[in-house]
Design a protein around this ligand. Structure first.
Ligand SMILES: [Zn+2]
Ligand SMILES: [Zn+2]
Length: 363
Protein backbone atom coordinates (compact mmCIF):
# COMPACT_ATOMS: atom_id res chain seq x y z
CA UNK A 1 0.00 0.00 0.00
CA UNK A 2 2.30 2.79 -1.22
CA UNK A 3 -0.21 5.49 -0.34
CA UNK A 4 0.41 5.07 3.36
CA UNK A 5 4.18 5.11 3.24
CA UNK A 6 5.89 8.37 4.04
CA UNK A 7 6.80 10.29 0.90
CA UNK A 8 10.22 11.94 0.68
CA UNK A 9 10.45 14.95 2.98
CA UNK A 10 9.83 18.19 1.15
CA UNK A 11 7.59 16.75 -1.54
CA UNK A 12 3.97 17.84 -1.69
CA UNK A 13 2.71 14.32 -1.04
CA UNK A 14 4.44 14.24 2.33
CA UNK A 15 1.72 16.59 3.54
CA UNK A 16 -0.66 13.94 4.69
CA UNK A 17 -3.05 13.43 7.55
CA UNK A 18 -1.73 11.39 10.48
CA UNK A 19 -4.37 8.76 11.29
CA UNK A 20 -4.65 5.81 13.62
CA UNK A 21 -6.41 2.51 13.36
CA UNK A 22 -6.11 -1.25 13.59
CA UNK A 23 -4.52 -3.23 10.77
CA UNK A 24 -3.56 -6.75 9.77
CA UNK A 25 0.11 -6.56 8.80
CA UNK A 26 0.06 -9.91 6.93
CA UNK A 27 -2.53 -12.57 6.00
CA UNK A 28 -4.28 -14.12 9.01
CA UNK A 29 -2.28 -12.10 11.52
CA UNK A 30 -4.07 -10.57 14.49
CA UNK A 31 -5.00 -6.92 14.09
CA UNK A 32 -2.63 -4.48 15.78
CA UNK A 33 -2.77 -0.73 16.45
CA UNK A 34 -1.25 1.11 13.49
CA UNK A 35 -0.44 4.74 12.77
CA UNK A 36 -0.66 5.72 9.12
CA UNK A 37 -1.49 8.73 6.94
CA UNK A 38 -4.41 9.59 4.69
CA UNK A 39 -4.49 12.14 1.88
CA UNK A 40 -5.39 15.71 2.75
CA UNK A 41 -8.92 16.61 1.59
CA UNK A 42 -8.99 17.65 -2.08
CA UNK A 43 -11.54 20.23 -3.35
CA UNK A 44 -14.31 17.60 -3.61
CA UNK A 45 -13.32 15.61 -0.50
CA UNK A 46 -14.89 15.35 2.91
CA UNK A 47 -12.91 14.50 6.06
CA UNK A 48 -15.03 12.38 8.37
CA UNK A 49 -14.36 11.64 12.02
CA UNK A 50 -15.49 8.01 12.31
CA UNK A 51 -17.63 7.26 15.36
CA UNK A 52 -18.67 3.66 14.75
CA UNK A 53 -17.77 0.92 12.30
CA UNK A 54 -19.63 -2.36 11.84
CA UNK A 55 -17.79 -5.67 11.47
CA UNK A 56 -18.74 -7.48 8.28
CA UNK A 57 -17.79 -11.13 7.65
CA UNK A 58 -16.07 -9.85 4.47
CA UNK A 59 -13.56 -8.06 6.71
CA UNK A 60 -12.43 -11.44 8.07
CA UNK A 61 -12.15 -12.89 4.54
CA UNK A 62 -9.92 -10.01 3.47
CA UNK A 63 -7.75 -10.14 6.59
CA UNK A 64 -7.08 -13.79 5.68
CA UNK A 65 -6.66 -13.02 1.97
CA UNK A 66 -9.35 -15.61 1.18
CA UNK A 67 -9.90 -14.04 -2.26
CA UNK A 68 -6.20 -13.60 -3.06
CA UNK A 69 -6.48 -9.84 -3.57
CA UNK A 70 -5.67 -8.33 -0.16
CA UNK A 71 -2.79 -5.89 0.30
CA UNK A 72 -1.11 -5.27 3.66
CA UNK A 73 -1.08 -3.52 6.02
CA UNK A 74 -4.86 -3.85 5.72
CA UNK A 75 -7.25 -1.65 7.70
CA UNK A 76 -10.67 -3.33 7.33
CA UNK A 77 -14.12 -1.81 7.80
CA UNK A 78 -16.79 -0.64 5.36
CA UNK A 79 -19.72 0.19 7.61
CA UNK A 80 -18.79 3.64 8.90
CA UNK A 81 -20.79 6.43 10.45
CA UNK A 82 -19.33 9.66 11.71
CA UNK A 83 -19.28 13.44 11.63
CA UNK A 84 -17.91 15.73 8.91
CA UNK A 85 -14.85 17.53 10.32
CA UNK A 86 -13.60 19.36 7.27
CA UNK A 87 -14.65 19.90 3.65
CA UNK A 88 -12.80 20.79 0.45
CA UNK A 89 -13.65 24.19 -1.14
CA UNK A 90 -15.76 22.65 -3.93
CA UNK A 91 -17.87 20.44 -1.66
CA UNK A 92 -21.56 21.29 -2.07
CA UNK A 93 -23.46 18.39 -0.48
CA UNK A 94 -22.09 18.49 3.07
CA UNK A 95 -21.05 20.92 5.74
CA UNK A 96 -18.92 20.59 8.86
CA UNK A 97 -20.89 18.87 11.63
CA UNK A 98 -23.12 16.77 9.33
CA UNK A 99 -23.78 13.16 10.31
CA UNK A 100 -22.70 10.89 7.46
CA UNK A 101 -21.98 7.33 6.46
CA UNK A 102 -19.43 5.69 4.17
CA UNK A 103 -19.84 2.12 3.01
CA UNK A 104 -18.19 -0.32 0.62
CA UNK A 105 -17.74 2.14 -2.27
CA UNK A 106 -15.33 5.09 -2.23
CA UNK A 107 -15.01 5.77 -5.94
CA UNK A 108 -15.81 4.62 -9.48
CA UNK A 109 -15.12 5.85 -13.03
CA UNK A 110 -18.43 7.81 -13.10
CA UNK A 111 -18.49 7.63 -16.91
CA UNK A 112 -19.38 4.08 -17.88
CA UNK A 113 -22.87 2.85 -18.67
CA UNK A 114 -23.34 1.43 -15.17
CA UNK A 115 -22.00 4.48 -13.33
CA UNK A 116 -24.35 6.68 -15.38
CA UNK A 117 -27.26 4.53 -14.22
CA UNK A 118 -26.32 4.82 -10.53
CA UNK A 119 -24.90 1.30 -10.49
CA UNK A 120 -21.39 2.27 -9.39
CA UNK A 121 -20.96 -1.09 -7.68
CA UNK A 122 -20.90 -2.64 -11.15
CA UNK A 123 -18.64 0.05 -12.71
CA UNK A 124 -17.26 -1.65 -15.84
CA UNK A 125 -13.89 0.00 -15.26
CA UNK A 126 -13.79 -1.43 -11.76
CA UNK A 127 -15.39 0.25 -8.74
CA UNK A 128 -13.15 1.34 -5.88
CA UNK A 129 -14.15 -0.71 -2.88
CA UNK A 130 -13.13 0.54 0.55
CA UNK A 131 -9.84 -1.10 1.67
CA UNK A 132 -9.87 -3.43 -1.36
CA UNK A 133 -9.21 -1.60 -4.63
CA UNK A 134 -7.35 1.57 -5.67
CA UNK A 135 -9.42 4.73 -5.91
CA UNK A 136 -9.35 6.62 -9.20
CA UNK A 137 -7.18 9.60 -8.35
CA UNK A 138 -3.89 8.00 -7.58
CA UNK A 139 -4.17 7.68 -3.82
CA UNK A 140 -4.08 3.90 -3.91
CA UNK A 141 -6.25 1.81 -1.64
CA UNK A 142 -8.17 3.78 0.97
CA UNK A 143 -7.73 2.18 4.43
CA UNK A 144 -11.09 1.21 5.91
CA UNK A 145 -13.16 2.16 8.92
CA UNK A 146 -11.34 0.50 11.82
CA UNK A 147 -9.73 3.92 12.18
CA UNK A 148 -10.36 7.36 13.60
CA UNK A 149 -10.99 9.23 10.35
CA UNK A 150 -11.37 8.90 6.59
CA UNK A 151 -11.12 11.19 3.56
CA UNK A 152 -13.58 10.46 0.75
CA UNK A 153 -15.02 12.19 -2.33
CA UNK A 154 -18.38 13.75 -1.41
CA UNK A 155 -20.11 11.77 -4.18
CA UNK A 156 -19.49 8.58 -2.17
CA UNK A 157 -20.58 9.96 1.20
CA UNK A 158 -24.15 9.34 2.45
CA UNK A 159 -26.45 11.49 4.57
CA UNK A 160 -27.51 9.90 7.86
CA UNK A 161 -30.55 10.99 9.88
CA UNK A 162 -29.78 12.38 13.33
CA UNK A 163 -32.64 10.75 15.19
CA UNK A 164 -31.40 7.15 14.96
CA UNK A 165 -28.73 5.69 17.31
CA UNK A 166 -25.62 6.02 15.16
CA UNK A 167 -23.96 2.80 16.29
CA UNK A 168 -27.01 0.90 15.05
CA UNK A 169 -26.99 2.73 11.72
CA UNK A 170 -23.42 1.68 10.85
CA UNK A 171 -24.32 -1.86 9.65
CA UNK A 172 -26.85 -0.41 7.22
CA UNK A 173 -23.93 0.72 5.05
CA UNK A 174 -23.21 -2.88 4.00
CA UNK A 175 -25.70 -5.35 5.51
CA UNK A 176 -28.57 -2.91 4.98
CA UNK A 177 -27.95 -2.10 1.33
CA UNK A 178 -26.95 -5.69 0.48
CA UNK A 179 -30.44 -6.83 1.44
CA UNK A 180 -32.41 -3.72 0.45
CA UNK A 181 -31.23 -3.68 -3.17
CA UNK A 182 -32.44 -7.17 -4.21
CA UNK A 183 -35.77 -6.64 -2.39
CA UNK A 184 -36.28 -3.40 -4.32
CA UNK A 185 -35.18 -4.88 -7.63
CA UNK A 186 -37.92 -7.51 -7.26
CA UNK A 187 -40.44 -4.85 -6.22
CA UNK A 188 -41.18 -6.56 -2.92
CA UNK A 189 -44.21 -5.03 -1.25
CA UNK A 190 -47.70 -5.48 0.13
CA UNK A 191 -49.45 -8.74 -0.74
CA UNK A 192 -46.19 -10.57 -1.41
CA UNK A 193 -44.67 -13.48 0.47
CA UNK A 194 -40.96 -13.25 1.18
CA UNK A 195 -38.75 -16.03 2.55
CA UNK A 196 -35.48 -15.17 4.28
CA UNK A 197 -32.88 -17.93 4.47
CA UNK A 198 -30.23 -17.47 7.15
CA UNK A 199 -30.69 -15.19 10.14
CA UNK A 200 -27.31 -13.50 10.56
CA UNK A 201 -26.15 -9.94 9.92
CA UNK A 202 -27.69 -9.92 6.43
CA UNK A 203 -30.78 -12.02 7.15
CA UNK A 204 -31.88 -9.98 10.15
CA UNK A 205 -31.80 -6.82 8.03
CA UNK A 206 -33.68 -8.61 5.26
CA UNK A 207 -36.48 -9.48 7.69
CA UNK A 208 -36.80 -5.91 8.98
CA UNK A 209 -36.70 -4.33 5.52
CA UNK A 210 -39.08 -6.77 3.81
CA UNK A 211 -41.58 -6.41 6.69
CA UNK A 212 -41.36 -2.60 6.47
CA UNK A 213 -41.99 -2.85 2.70
CA UNK A 214 -45.29 -4.51 3.58
CA UNK A 215 -44.54 -8.13 2.67
CA UNK A 216 -45.45 -11.22 4.68
CA UNK A 217 -42.03 -12.42 5.90
CA UNK A 218 -41.08 -16.01 6.73
CA UNK A 219 -37.74 -17.00 8.22
CA UNK A 220 -36.43 -20.38 7.08
CA UNK A 221 -33.97 -22.01 9.46
CA UNK A 222 -32.64 -25.38 10.61
CA UNK A 223 -32.63 -24.17 14.20
CA UNK A 224 -35.86 -23.97 16.22
CA UNK A 225 -34.15 -21.56 18.61
CA UNK A 226 -34.25 -18.90 15.87
CA UNK A 227 -38.07 -18.74 15.94
CA UNK A 228 -38.21 -16.25 18.80
CA UNK A 229 -35.52 -14.05 17.21
CA UNK A 230 -37.39 -14.11 13.90
CA UNK A 231 -40.63 -12.99 15.55
CA UNK A 232 -38.78 -10.28 17.48
CA UNK A 233 -37.39 -8.88 14.22
CA UNK A 234 -40.85 -8.67 12.70
CA UNK A 235 -41.15 -11.97 10.80
CA UNK A 236 -44.72 -13.24 10.46
CA UNK A 237 -43.89 -16.92 10.08
CA UNK A 238 -41.12 -19.37 10.85
CA UNK A 239 -40.37 -22.59 8.98
CA UNK A 240 -38.11 -25.24 10.47
CA UNK A 241 -36.39 -26.54 7.35
CA UNK A 242 -35.65 -29.98 8.81
CA UNK A 243 -39.34 -30.58 9.51
CA UNK A 244 -40.84 -32.28 6.47
CA UNK A 245 -44.43 -31.18 7.14
CA UNK A 246 -43.44 -27.56 7.57
CA UNK A 247 -41.36 -27.63 4.37
CA UNK A 248 -44.29 -29.18 2.50
CA UNK A 249 -46.51 -26.29 3.61
CA UNK A 250 -44.36 -23.74 1.75
CA UNK A 251 -43.91 -25.49 -1.62
CA UNK A 252 -44.63 -22.99 -4.45
CA UNK A 253 -45.32 -20.43 -1.72
CA UNK A 254 -42.92 -17.47 -1.94
CA UNK A 255 -42.84 -14.63 -4.46
CA UNK A 256 -39.27 -13.88 -3.45
CA UNK A 257 -36.58 -15.60 -1.41
CA UNK A 258 -33.60 -13.74 0.01
CA UNK A 259 -30.89 -16.36 0.37
CA UNK A 260 -28.10 -15.13 2.65
CA UNK A 261 -26.41 -18.50 3.25
CA UNK A 262 -22.63 -18.53 2.89
CA UNK A 263 -22.38 -22.22 3.80
CA UNK A 264 -22.62 -24.85 1.06
CA UNK A 265 -26.22 -25.92 0.53
CA UNK A 266 -28.68 -27.25 -2.05
CA UNK A 267 -30.26 -24.30 -3.86
CA UNK A 268 -32.96 -26.58 -5.28
CA UNK A 269 -34.38 -27.12 -1.79
CA UNK A 270 -35.33 -23.44 -1.60
CA UNK A 271 -36.20 -23.08 -5.32
CA UNK A 272 -39.03 -25.57 -4.78
CA UNK A 273 -40.60 -23.06 -2.38
CA UNK A 274 -40.81 -20.32 -5.03
CA UNK A 275 -44.10 -19.60 -6.74
CA UNK A 276 -44.26 -19.59 -10.53
CA UNK A 277 -42.09 -16.76 -11.84
CA UNK A 278 -40.66 -16.17 -8.39
CA UNK A 279 -37.07 -15.06 -7.78
CA UNK A 280 -34.45 -16.23 -5.34
CA UNK A 281 -31.76 -13.59 -4.83
CA UNK A 282 -28.43 -14.85 -3.45
CA UNK A 283 -26.19 -12.56 -1.39
CA UNK A 284 -24.05 -15.19 0.36
CA UNK A 285 -21.01 -16.77 -1.27
CA UNK A 286 -20.78 -20.52 -0.55
CA UNK A 287 -17.53 -22.25 -1.45
CA UNK A 288 -19.11 -24.88 -3.73
CA UNK A 289 -20.84 -23.88 -7.00
CA UNK A 290 -24.62 -24.24 -7.15
CA UNK A 291 -25.93 -27.25 -9.08
CA UNK A 292 -29.33 -26.29 -10.42
CA UNK A 293 -31.01 -28.44 -13.07
CA UNK A 294 -32.45 -26.15 -15.76
CA UNK A 295 -35.81 -27.92 -15.38
CA UNK A 296 -36.10 -26.55 -11.83
CA UNK A 297 -36.10 -23.06 -13.33
CA UNK A 298 -37.99 -23.77 -16.55
CA UNK A 299 -41.10 -25.53 -15.23
CA UNK A 300 -42.36 -22.63 -13.18
CA UNK A 301 -40.40 -19.85 -14.86
CA UNK A 302 -38.26 -19.25 -11.79
CA UNK A 303 -35.17 -17.06 -11.53
CA UNK A 304 -32.01 -17.15 -9.49
CA UNK A 305 -30.40 -13.74 -9.11
CA UNK A 306 -27.22 -12.37 -7.58
CA UNK A 307 -26.82 -8.93 -6.06
CA UNK A 308 -23.86 -6.88 -4.83
CA UNK A 309 -24.49 -4.07 -2.31
CA UNK A 310 -26.14 -1.14 -4.16
CA UNK A 311 -25.21 2.08 -5.95
CA UNK A 312 -24.78 5.34 -4.04
CA UNK A 313 -28.25 6.70 -4.90
CA UNK A 314 -29.90 3.47 -3.81
CA UNK A 315 -27.82 3.37 -0.62
CA UNK A 316 -29.10 6.86 0.19
CA UNK A 317 -32.65 5.71 -0.60
CA UNK A 318 -32.15 2.78 1.80
CA UNK A 319 -30.85 5.07 4.58
CA UNK A 320 -33.82 7.41 4.06
CA UNK A 321 -36.22 4.44 4.08
CA UNK A 322 -34.68 3.18 7.34
CA UNK A 323 -34.89 6.66 8.88
CA UNK A 324 -38.57 6.94 7.90
CA UNK A 325 -39.38 3.48 9.32
CA UNK A 326 -37.04 3.66 12.34
CA UNK A 327 -35.08 0.65 11.12
CA UNK A 328 -31.61 0.01 12.51
CA UNK A 329 -29.46 -3.10 13.01
CA UNK A 330 -29.48 -5.16 16.21
CA UNK A 331 -25.92 -4.85 17.44
CA UNK A 332 -23.37 -5.56 20.13
CA UNK A 333 -21.05 -2.57 20.61
CA UNK A 334 -17.43 -3.55 21.29
CA UNK A 335 -14.14 -2.07 22.35
CA UNK A 336 -11.56 -2.39 19.53
CA UNK A 337 -9.39 -4.38 21.96
CA UNK A 338 -11.96 -7.19 21.80
CA UNK A 339 -11.80 -7.38 18.01
CA UNK A 340 -10.27 -10.88 17.84
CA UNK A 341 -12.90 -12.21 20.25
CA UNK A 342 -15.58 -10.69 18.02
CA UNK A 343 -14.07 -12.36 14.93
CA UNK A 344 -14.15 -15.74 16.72
CA UNK A 345 -17.76 -15.25 17.71
CA UNK A 346 -18.73 -14.25 14.17
CA UNK A 347 -17.22 -17.51 12.89
CA UNK A 348 -19.33 -19.39 15.45
CA UNK A 349 -22.40 -17.33 14.46
CA UNK A 350 -22.56 -16.23 18.09
CA UNK A 351 -23.80 -12.65 17.60
CA UNK A 352 -27.20 -10.98 17.47
CA UNK A 353 -26.73 -9.73 14.84
CA UNK A 354 -23.81 -7.42 14.12
CA UNK A 355 -20.75 -6.33 16.06
CA UNK A 356 -20.00 -2.63 15.88
CA UNK A 357 -16.71 -1.07 16.98
CA UNK A 358 -16.82 1.99 19.22
CA UNK A 359 -14.09 3.92 17.41
CA UNK A 360 -13.49 6.09 20.52
CA UNK A 361 -11.71 3.02 21.96
CA UNK A 362 -8.88 3.35 19.41
CA UNK A 363 -6.16 5.12 21.40
ZN1 LIG B 1 -19.73 -5.98 4.16
ZN1 LIG C 1 -17.93 3.24 -14.14
Amino acid sequence: MPEIQEAPVGSLTSMRLPSKGYAAMAPSEKLVPWNFTRRLPRPHDVLVEIKYCGICHTDIHFIRNDFGMSTYPLVPGHEMVGIVKEIGDKVSKFKVGDTVGIGCLVDSCRECENCKQDLEQYCVNGPSFTYISPEKHGDGIIPGGYSNQIVCDEDFVLRVANHLPLERVAPLLCAGITTYSPLRRSNVGKGQKVGVVGLGGLGHMGVKLAAAMGAEVTVLSTSASKAADAAGLGAHKFILTNDEEQVKSVQLYFDFILNTLAADHDYNFYLSMLKSRGTMACVGVPHEPAHIPAANLIWNGKSVAGSLIGGIAETQEMLDFCAAHNITADIELINIKDIEKAFERIEKKDVKFRFVIDIATIE
